[in-house]
Design a protein around this ligand. Structure first.
Ligand code: DQA
Length: 156
């Protein structure tokens, strides 16, 4: 399959943007009670049980997210990203994803389309291979499962 090298072990990157370090305590009515550590542990469990590797990073700084996407050009097969508010503002982050050739899955915990109008536009969605919105933190797992399905198809 295009974009997926036929390797047995794939390296996956889970990226979370600004304020997502506060998951579980920040506006729990919108984002739920599970923490970022809970999310990272459940995605890691899924990816590693399938024999792949996961690197998980979070930053409140745009340049750090951009740098991790640049690093991903070398050896990362797929990125699961919740860019937080940079979703709606960052052409620089879009440019970084455009320079990356692997799979990109964009996750939003809340249903951004039910919220303020400024959350309806995403700079990243036009680059993403899949978008999971409004499924709570389960969205991260759904993205991971989709990546595992694509990897299995590429392997077969
Ligand atoms: C978010 C939605 C964004 O609009 C917001 O700025 C976030 C979180 C989500 O996961 O629902 O920080 O990406």
């Amino acid at each position: 399959m295009a974009g997926i090298p036929e390797t047995i072990v794939a390296n996956i990157l889970l990226l979370n943007g600004p304020n997502l370090n506060l998951l579980g305590t920040r506006e729990p009515d919108v984002y739920g009670h599970e923490t970022l550590s809970d999310v990272e542990a459940s995605v890691r469990d899924l990816i590693e049980s399938a024999g792949h590797t996961l690197r998980a990073e979070q930053s409140n700084r745009e340049y750090e997210l951009i740098d991790w996407v640049h690093e991903a050009r070398d050896g990362i097969t797929a990125i699961i990203v919740n860019p937080g508010a940079f979703t709606h503002t960052s052409i620089a982050l879009l440019d970084a994803f455009n320079a990356y050739e692997g799979l990109v899955f964009e996750v939003h915990v809340s249903n951004v389309h039910k919220r303020e109008a400024f959350r309806h536009h995403s700079y990243i969605s036009g680059r993403a291979d899949g978008i999971i919105v409004g499924c709570g933190v389960q969205g991260y797992e759904l993205a991971a499962r989709r990546i595992l399905t694509l990897l299995a198809l590429a392997d077969g």
